[in-house]
Design a protein around this ligand. Structure first.
Ligand code: SF4
Length: 169
């Protein structure tokens, strides 16, 4: 399986969500991914495409890459799953490293919160990423869908109804 940044992100949010996504169950009309896409289109970041390049690295695409300074820019709506966004950007840095760019850094921008977080890639991160990739492969290739996580994040997850539907007879 070809692992991409969405798999890395979902792996850190919810393994069940990762499995559902991988198996083609889509309910993204109200998802964070879609909302983030709208945000990028609607905010003051209109000049972003002039400043940054879209970079395709094999099966992954970095939307906003500052090619001169080797900086990945990732825009998010809220920081409620910040650890997943950080993992996603570390994965971009890892893939850039594999492509020969060993000094790339990342910035996660939260325009609505007026915050920015810098992301760096360490040697330990590289070991972690290799473990994530193995784990993701195992989860996705399993026939069993992971159990619901009963977490706060479920309320804003596009799979919420699907996961917590009560069967009434
Ligand atoms: S609703 Fe909760 S358990 Fe279900 S996929 Fe989303 S985060 Fe995971």
């Amino acid at each position: 399986m070809l692992i991409n940044a969405t798999h890395i992100n979902l792996y850190h949010v919810c393994k069940r969500e990762l499995w559902l996504h991988f198996h083609g169950v889509r309910m993204e009309f109200n998802s964070d991914l879609v909302a983030d896409g709208k945000l990028i289109g609607e905010t003051s970041y209109k000049d972003r495409s002039e400043k940054y390049t879209e970079l395709q690295l094999g099966n992954i695409k970095i939307d906003f890459y500052d090619a001169r300074n080797h900086v990945v820019h990732e825009v998010k709506r809220s920081d409620k799953v910040e650890h997943a966004y950080t993992a996603q950007v570390k994965y971009y840095l890892y893939r850039l490293l594999l492509a020969g760019i060993d000094d790339a850094t990342g910035i996660i921008e939260y325009p609505t919160l007026r915050q920015r977080e810098q992301v760096l890639l360490s040697k330990e991160d590289i070991d972690d990423i290799k473990m994530w990739e193995e784990d993701i492969q195992q989860i996705c290739e399993s026939e069993e869908c992971p159990k619901v996580i009963n977490a706060k994040i479920c309320k804003s997850c596009s799979y919420c109804d699907f996961c917590y539907i009560k069967e009434e007879y």
